[in-house]
Design a protein around this ligand. Sequence first.
Ligand code: ADP
Length: 205
Amino acid sequence: MSDRYQTILLFGAPGAGKGTQGVLLGSIPGFFHMSTGDMFRTLDHHSEIGKLFNQYSSKGELVPDEVTIRMWREYVHAQTVLSLYKSREDLLCLDGIPRTVAQTKAMQEHIEVRGIVHLVATDPEEMVARLQKRAIEQKRADDAKIDVIRNRLDVYERETRPVLDQFDPSLIHEVNAIGTPAEVLGSVLRVLAPIQASMRSTVSS
Ligand code: ADP
């Protein structure tokens, strides 16, 4: 097995349900969920980097690549040192990163992507409705304004969707994002359980 982190990517537009699926997966032994949105939101809002994050996210823009990659590397390192993420045993489930082609290239030497779950929702209005519901539930400023939501969807199409072209198509698994969290989780696990099982057999051999 390579020294790179064995990784799967949760991929999809804002509102597709990456975060919901990530949290569910993270509760299953052997899966470690890491969300860069959560990473940024836990920053002290008065710190330099916290202010930078607010500046971008409140407009629905991405944080610059260099800062994002640096923060992500420090974050993984911290979780590893604390033994929360056990890189030899756990499948790392990345939610929200890489989000640009430049991030994908910068992460190549650190992660080995074993599969990509692409959550696909065919109804854009459903996604917008989910984001607006989340704005109320989680008090997220970036979900509250309709023009910010639209900008995030545009940024996704322009900057993030091209990330998929960086990978071998055989790694990409499309999963229907419409359904209850349990139904979607069922489909996600049908993709990921075999990947996790193959990783475990590599670790134990
Ligand atoms: P969603 O999944 O709904 O788009 P996230 O919680 O993943 O929202 O991200 C919230 C915000 O955090 C993004 O709009 C962006 O400003 C910032 N962010 C998260 N991940 C990244 C990343 N990989 N690169 C740049 N900015 C990011």
